[in-house]
Ligand binder design. Structure first.
Ligand code: B16
Ligand code: MG
Length: 215
């Protein structure tokens, strides 16, 4: 395969913002009168903000009006942004910078494909923004993963064919989104959880472009 573009998910791939999402949802759950366990947070990974709220409310068995849901989602986001505002380049996951630089040195396009509406801010805080040729985030898409929209749009804006594009994902829905877009997908995490991915690596530490070989 001739790789011309790599598209990266953000949370769980380039940075670990899942912890901040968890702390913010937990605080909101507390206000609503129930506890939100860290194990349940797994269910929110890669899911949009409003869909995450629906899952949280079903865990707490809480019913809200549409207006209240909007207000609570906004409240959660404000708490989350307090954590994000403290992010620095030190929050980039190990090996990511090295790998992105290797892609650049090989003239491979680098793109972001994230469900987060805060993706640009996180790229700015971690000084990663300049590495990206295209940024597709939750503000630009209307269909959540496993719909291919986020990755298809990325490849289209880069004018690269899906068959020459590789996606890096930590969530099952994200792996499915990549495949639905006709792209190869590298899972970042455990092979058991990401069994559908074409290749799985635990992270970017010691990962080199030469390690990416699809059979
Ligand atoms: P926001 P990703 C996703 O990021 C997170 O995994 C998910 O937990 C979060 O709900 C979603 O972004 C929306 O984030 O509230 O900031 O718009 O994995 O797609 O990079
Ligand atoms: Mg993710």
């Amino acid at each position: 395969m001739n790789i011309r573009a790599c598209l990266f998910d953000l949370d769980g791939v380039l940075v670990d913002t899942a912890r901040f999402h968890y702390l913010a949802w937990k605080q909101l759950a507390g206000r609503l009168g129930f506890d939100f366990a860290e194990t349940d947070n797994e269910r929110l990974k890669g899911i949009s903000r409003m869909d995450s709220l629906e899952i949280l409310l079903s865990i707490g068995n809480v019913q809200l009006t549409t207006g209240e849901k909007k207000q609570y989602a906004e409240e959660k986001n404000q708490i989350y942004l307090q954590y994000v505002s403290q992010m620095t380049p030190g929050d980039i996951l190990p090996g990511v910078n090295f790998f992105l630089k290797e892609l650049k040195a090989n003239n491979i396009f680098v793109g972001l494909g994230s469900a987060s509406k805060n993706a640009r801010l996180i790229l700015q805080k971690t000084h990663l923004e300049a590495m990206f040729d295209v940024v597709i985030d939750g503000n630009l898409i209307s269909k959540a993963k496993p719909d291919p929209e986020v990755f298809s749009l990325g490849a289209r804006l880069l004018e690269v064919d899906a068959r020459e594009t590789v996606v890096f994902e930590d969530a099952v829905a994200g792996v499915q989104a990549a495949h639905n877009a006709g792209m190869k997908c590298i899972g970042i995490g455990s092979p058991e959880m990401l069994a559908e991915a074409d290749l799985v690596f635990p992270g970017f530490e010691n990962l080199k472009l030469a390690d990416i070989r699809f059979v």
